[in-house]
Structures are given as structure tokens and as C-alpha cells.
Design a protein around this ligand. Structure first.
Ligand code: SAH
Length: 246
């Protein structure tokens, strides 16, 4: 049995009770060390922490343990199905031995970064929106730009995961450059970093003023559409919301 568990964006209060139950029931936890550190230790439970960025290897390891009869929880941040481990597990199953297909695989949903960030900002996802990963590790950069510009041109609010990292320092700036001819310079842009964690930081600006250097690997970047409304407030961050009609 394998559970693929989304831990939510950071705070324990944003982890679902179903996720907590699946973690408690597991004999073995598999995941990136940073995420495993968020799970309180339990006596007798074995942790297979990795700093390995190869998700497919981690998935195969978890499937191997499950075939031996272990009850395995594979952990991801946010929702496990959004740019995370659930796809890696199913990729491994599709290409793997027949015995892996016989396993029960449970996907436990979590609060994805986009929902945690949107809730802090107001209601920017109240109408049509599009979620994209800016990472060009597993897809070519021209395809990233093509999808970005197509979605912006179609009037979607954009939520960008994997907007920046040490290994990918220029992509977000290039993405803003590609969007500036398509979107009005006044369209709101929000940088939502480490939401629900102790170092949470949020900045709301405009596409004209957006500085890509503001984002790191813990940042969700939200780009409004022509319909996005900004409610200015004295001495406080503005609220962003999407009107229900567009
Ligand atoms: N499965 C995760 C996403 C993994 S991809 C989910 O559903 O949230 C990793 C990206 O998620 C990061 O680069 C960042 O863009 C975003 N992210 C994850 N946690 C975040 C948080 N607490 N605050 C803001 N963005 C976050």
C-alpha cells in the first residue's frame, strides 16, 4: 500500500486530517528531507530521507518497499499531484514491473501553494485561472513561454510555480519580458513567499514594477488579468480579487 501525501504549504494547521492519518498509519516515509522534517517522528516508523532531486528514483524506491509489504507514505509539499511526487509514482508504475500495478495507490490531496497564496491576497482566483510551472528542467523553455503567453492572451489569471531558484535565475525575468507586450503594465503581480511558514513574505506590485529578483524557490508568483481588481487600503496591503463575471 502506498499513500502519496500532500503536506500543505507549511503550517501544520494547513495539513488535512486525512494527510495526518495517512502519515500516522505508515511504516515507512519516503521523501525529500526538507519535507520529511515537517512530519513529527513516530517510534518504529522508518524514514527514507533523500536530498536526491531525481523524483523517479524516489518513486521506484517507495514502490519497491510497498511490494515487500511495507505501508509507505510518499510525502510532497502542497498537493502531491501538483508538480510533485504523485506523477513520478504513476510514471514509475506505468514503466515498471507488473507487481507494481497490483498495489493500492492512494493519493491524499493537500492545500497547494496557489490556494494558500490566493487566500492571503484576497480572492484573485475567483474566475478562470491557469497554473504553470516555470521550470524548464522537464520541458523546453520555448514551450514554457508559448503556454505563458497563450494563457495571458486568453485572459487567464496566471499562477507560476517554480518561478526561480539558484539553478534557474533568469527565467522569471524572461517570463515578465514576454508578458509585457501582451498585458497592461498596470496589471497586478503578487510575490507570495513561504506562505504559512515563519518567514512568510508577500508583495503586491504591478507588471511594470515587478522585479524578478524578488522571487526564490519558495515563491508563488501570481499575475492578474485585465479583470483583476485591486482594493487599496490605508497602511495595509491591497486586496486583490477576481470579479465573478468576466
Ligand atoms: N506540490 C506543491 C508544489 C511543488 S513545486 C504544491 O502543490 O504547492 C514547488 C513550488 O511550489 C515552489 O517553487 C513555489 O513556487 C511553490 N510553493 C511551495 N510551497 C510554497 C509556499 N509555502 N509559499 C509559496 N509558494 C510555495
Amino acid at each position: 500500500m502506498i499513500s502519496i501525501v500532500g503536506l500543505g504549504p507549511g503550517a501544520l494547521s494547513m495539513q488535512t486530517p486525512q494527510a495526518t492519518e495517512a502519515l500516522a498509519a505508515a511504516t515507512d516515509l519516503v521523501g525529500y528531507a526538507t519535507y520529511l522534517d515537517r512530519v513529527p517522528p513516530r517510534p518504529g516508523q522508518v524514514r527514507h530521507a533523500s536530498d536526491n532531486r531525481v523524483e523517479l528514483d524516489r518513486a521506484r524506491h517507495a514502490l519497491g518497499l510497498a511490494v515487500e509489504g511495507r505501508r509507505v507514505a510518499v510525502v510532497s509539499s502542497g498537493d502531491a499531484g501538483v508538480f510533485a511526487m504523485a506523477s513520478a509514482v504513476f510514471e514509475a508504475v506505468e514503466a515498471g514491473p507488473a507487481e507494481w500495478r497490483a498495489l493500492d495507490i492512494e493519493v491524499v490531496p493537500g492545500i497547494s501553494a496557489v490556494f494558500a497564496a490566493a487566500a492571503r491576497l484576497g480572492a484573485p482566483l475567483g474566475h478562470d485561472f491557469c497554473v504553470l510551472s516555470l521550470s524548464d528542467n522537464l520541458k523546453p523553455w520555448p514551450l514554457v513561454l508559448h503556454r505563458l503567453v497563450a494563457a495571458a492572451s486568453a485572459g487567464f489569471v496566471l499562477a507560476l510555480y517554480n518561478a526561480a531558484s539558484h539553478a534557474r535565475p533568469w527565467q522569471l525575468g524572461a517570463a515578465f519580458d514576454a508578458l509585457r507586450p501582451v498585458l497592461a503594465s498596470t496589471i497586478p503581480v503578487a510575490f507570495a513567499t513561504a506562505i504559512s511558514r515563519p518567514d512568510e513574505a508577500i508583495e503586491v506590485t504591478t507588471l511594470a514594477a515587478a522585479d524578478a529578483a524578488r522571487a526564490d524557490m519558495r515563491t508563488l508568483v501570481l499575475i492578474g488579468s485585465a479583470a483583476t481588481r485591486t482594493i487599496e487600503r490605508p497602511g495595509a496591503r491591497p486586496y486583490l480579487y477576481a470579479p465573478r463575471r468576466a
